[in-house]
Design a protein around this ligand. Sequence first.
Ligand SMILES: [Ca+2]
Ligand SMILES: [Ca+2]
Length: 225
Amino acid sequence: MKNNTIKILTLILSFLLLLPCIFVHANGTLTPTIAVDTAEAVCGQTVELEVSLQNNPGIASFALDVGYDATKLIYNGATVNESFSSAAVNENFIFWYDWADSYYNGVVFTLSFTVKDAVLSGRTQISVNYDNETGGIINFGEENVDFAISSGYIDILSEIGDPNNDKKINSEDLVVLNQILFGNILADDVLTAVCDVKPDMEINILDLIRLKRYICGDNISLGNV
Ligand SMILES: [Ca+2]
Ligand SMILES: [Ca+2]
């Protein structure tokens, strides 16, 4: 009886000791992932974002679509890393295959975007998509390989008080603040920072009044308490 108790306690202790390992695995550190970079840019600026493979378990083919907001960004194309030089790039569709599994981890291709003129400040997402119902990513054993997607983004910046990014601070920017206050525009952290002309990390009626006074020529600055 005593021996059985010791065995049970030993099993429980062993399980508890293994818990951190189980957690690390379940936490996704070994999850195959396609990760897209992040960047900051102002209107008219061109930025490049790298797209990388992480924890690649072995793949022989991928067919990937690049997703982006065409109202804010111009897509200039993708430059494929030399390890995948046989890939075909057709607009925002990138297709590659080989006759053996590749276990490569690192940059697969680099995306180039130019931020359009006069677009609303804020964060815009860049995603990479695939469809394993149609063989999006497979290995040489003809099996689907699931990758998590870690999307990237571009933070479109502008001067404080100029959320519509037209290099002028006028009534059109007041309209943007008004729409934020009425809930018609959801302000993310980037847009909030641009509109927070009376700074307190939020957009409220005080920002609207401050911007109105500035536009009317009051001797008042934007971005100072
Ligand atoms: Ca403006
Ligand atoms: Ca504020």
